[in-house]
Design a protein around this ligand. Structure first.
Ligand SMILES: *Cc1c(COP(=O)(O)O)cnc(C)c1O
Ligand SMILES: [Zn+2]
Length: 399
């Protein structure tokens, strides 16, 4: 049996059992969090036990909602490398990049999908639907195929080409909407009601946070339980930031991370869609729908996130920040990081680098702080953003 004790609403404190299909809080419709018997985990497992385990996110099994390891639906996700950026990190005490682009399906969405699909399958779900900006649809289609489940995916018609194709290739029922992820969400909600499909929308099911949480546990372990003082994350729905925040709380609760280790969490958004940054600047507890959302960083093109209040709480409680950057800066940073470090990152990952530079220049990052960027996806998934103009030669030509 897993160490999960119950599901809990972070807004109204509703509690409910974790062994039945549940979407959002039945009282107030907020996203639910999975709670564990942390004292029991503390007794059952020790840091040293990790040494002999798989190099995947399932090495943190006790922190995951798995009753029996044979249930796990996996493509080998997690345990991604952390790279020191020496060239690009000039001026910083230490600049690090955790490269989530090495995950199956090329993004950290694999972690959320692995946990979400594993739990959905264990609960007997055979068919699910979800709106997506792109990468979540690719990941959930892949894990759905692996689990033998049927996936219905709706994404904006201008989502990255690769996301449409990967979901299609994995056998999902893919549809495009002339609109944003919020429009896709409305269509999915209606279809779920009509057909009885499980709604796997971001934060409308409690378990993808648990998968993304493993990024936090993992980077803590990789830094010998003293992760960098500042962690920058490109926030769309903000699930990764909520997950890392939750991970650090759980690690402190069981004594794996010292009480004084309190990394500052920074949400990075694009100037063309920055609802969380605006709410943060205005001291509001929730964001407002961002009109005409537009950015080349498709993963953070989310006009209104269901878990925005948790993201804002996470930022404020950790003394973090919320910062927006421009598309032009993002494009330039993709080239810069690739040229200087060999790391071809996704636009969302590049945004965190721009934000870190800005924060350092403005004194929001101190010279004695170590900084970690989360590159949430592989740059090679975005060929349309790289406009390489190359000379073409005839055979036998001299150069
Ligand atoms: C989905 C996505 C994000 C944003 O993730 P959230 O959990 O929605 O905040 C960032 N980067 C990439 C590449 C993504 O696919
Ligand atoms: Zn509630």
């Amino acid at each position: 049996m897993s160490y999960v004790t119950h599901l809990e609403c972070p807004k109204c404190n509703w509690r409910g059992p974790a062994d039945e299909v549940t979407q959002v809080c039945p009282v107030c419709s907020a996203p639910l969090l999975v709670r564990y018997d942390l004292p029991a985990i503390k007794t059952a497992v020790h840091k040293e036990d990790l040494r002999d385990r798989d190099a995947s996110m399932w090495r943190y099994l006790e922190f995951l909602p798995v009753d029996d390891p044979s249930e796990i639906v996996s493509l080998g996700e997690g345990y991604t490398p952390i790279l020191r950026l020496k060239q690009a990190g000039r001026g910083f005490r230490e600049l690090w990049l955790k490269d989530e682009g090495l995950n199956p399906t090329g993004t950290f969405k694999a972690r959320g999908a692995a946990a979400g699909v594993t739990r959905a399958k264990a609960l007997g779900i055979k068919e699910f639907a979800m709106p997506t900006a792109g990468n979540a649809g690719g990941a959930w289609s892949a894990y759905g195929a692996r689990a033998g489940m049927k996936a219905h995916i709706v994404m904006p018609f201008d989502a990255p080409e690769i996301n449409k194709k990967e979901a299609w290739a994995c056998g999902a029922d893919v549809r495009l909407v002339r609109g944003l992820i919020s429009d896709a969400g409305a269509i999915v909600a209606k279809a779920c009601k009509k057909y009885g499909w499980f709604d796997a929308s971001t934060l409308k099911e409690p378990y993808r946070i648990e998968g993304k949480k493993t990024m936090g546990i993992e980077l803590a372990e990789q830094f010998d339980w003293r992760p960098p003082e500042v962690i920058l994350y490109p926030a769309g729905g903000g699930v990764g930031l909520i997950g890392i925040w939750k991970a650090f709380d759980e690690l402190r609760a069981i004594g794996w991370m010292a009480d004084d280790v309190r990394p500052r969490l920074v949400a990075v958004q694009a100037e063309g869609c920055m609802p969380i940054v605006k709410a943060y600047d205005e001291g509001k507890p929730e964001s407002q729908f961002w009109q005409n959302a537009s950015t080349i960083a498709a993963g953070v093109r989310v006009p209104k996130a269901l878990g925005d209040f948790l993201v804002l709480q996470g930022i404020r409680e950790t003394n973090g920040a919320a910062v927006a950057v421009s598309d032009a800066e993002i494009e330039q940073a993709v080239r810069e990081l690739a040229e200087q470090e060999g790391t071809l990152v996704c636009p969302e990952g590049a945004a965190t680098y721009v934000a870190a530079r800005t924060m350092l220049a403005q004194g929001m990052i101190r010279p004695d702080e170590r900084v970690l960027l989360l590159n949430t996806g592989a740059g090679i998934k975005y060929p349309e953003l790289l406009t390489a103009e190359l000379e073409v030669l005839d055979p036998g030509a001299e150069i």
